[in-house]
Design a protein around this ligand. Structure first.
Ligand code: FE2
Ligand code: FE2
Length: 295
């Protein structure tokens, strides 16, 4: 297989941590409740404004290299699920090897973000499978631990194989994507049919599709939509790809929209009391998931 790009590992990974992408999302989509209480997004999250330049570099890479063919290659490789097999709890330990070395004081580890998301969902009385979706939604970030660059793991996702919407963040960087010269991919519908349904549409490759495919036999469909489309901001926040969706997608996206604030706005510097919560989550995981998960 061709090397994905001639860049060094450092050049491929401009963000000091994956959280920088999420912090930038919070700037773009501030918490309406926090604003109503007179807080700015910065105060709510209590972080130093991350360098817009690293976020911009990250998106330049993402928009340059996420081509239609790249997505097919990654699907063919990772959806074999032949990399690792672990219990759920070993998988969370594995995910937590993704350490944020830039800002250890303010950033919680990956598991704490997942637990805060799931606990916020549980506190609002949503179904237990939505709590489980909260707990798992970023498990796909283990892709980084398999050597994948940041731009192939996180970032807003978007359809490949058709025209890019200018509602996608940093649309100007698509000028560097080789798909712009392929006439198959540059019409509004590209390789797709109008209203064909998102199940027939390939999105840029990353942690969303990977965790969806990992979980698709175990969770109810609304939970699977939350996993699969939680970073598809140009649709769930901007409505830019309605022309590819079918009525079933539109129904299911109500769940994606319900989920998104729990992902973005549940971050809190105080970690949940895992020892107290553990029995509940062990039972929940046992109810829906097999003893081991394949990666
Ligand atoms: Fe995510
Ligand atoms: Fe998340």
């Amino acid at each position: 297989m061709q090397p994905i790009s001639p860049l060094s590992a450092a050049e491929q990974n401009p963000l000091s941590s994956l959280d920088v992408w999420e912090d930038d999302l919070l700037q773009r989509y501030p918490d309406p409740e926090a604003i109503a209480k007179g807080k700015t997004a910065d105060e709510y999250r209590n972080y130093e404004t991350p360098g817009r330049d690293t976020v911009s570099t990250f998106y330049r890479l993402n928009h340059t290299y996420q081509t239609y063919d790249f997505v097919q290659q990654k699907r063919a490789d990772f959806l074999k699920f032949d990399k690792k097999e672990m219990s759920v709890w070993a998988a969370f330990d594995f995910l937590n090897q993704l350490v944020d070395d830039s800002d250890p004081d303010t950033d919680l580890d990956q598991f704490q973000h997942l637990l805060q998301t799931s606990e916020a969902i549980r506190a609002d009385g949503h179904p237990d499978w939505m709590v489980l979706a909260g707990l798992f939604h970023d498990m796909g970030k283990v892709l980084c631990l398999f050597g994948e660059p940041q731009w192939a793991v996180v970032g807003d996702t978007f359809p490949v194989g058709c025209a890019w919407s200018d509602k996608i963040v940093y649309p100007e960087y698509f000028q560097y994507n080789p798909d712009k010269d392929d006439p198959r991919f540059q019409s509004k519908y590209g390789v797709y049919e109008p209203g064909c349904g998102l199940n027939n549409v390939c999105l840029s490759w990353g942690h969303d599709e990977y965790v969806y495919q990992m979980m698709k036999d175990y969770l109810p469909e609304p939970a699977l939509y939350m996993l699969r489309y939680h970073s598809f901001y140009s649709q769930h926040r901007e409505g830019a790809y309605d022309h590819l969706m079918d009525d079933h997608d539109r129904e299911m996206f109500k769940w994606v929209k319900l989920f998104n604030p729990y992902d973005l706005y549940s971050k809190n510097p105080t970690p949940p009391d895992w020892m107290a919560l553990r029995p509940y989550y062990e039972e929940l995981v046992g109810k829906y998931l097999p003893a081991t998960i394949r990666f």
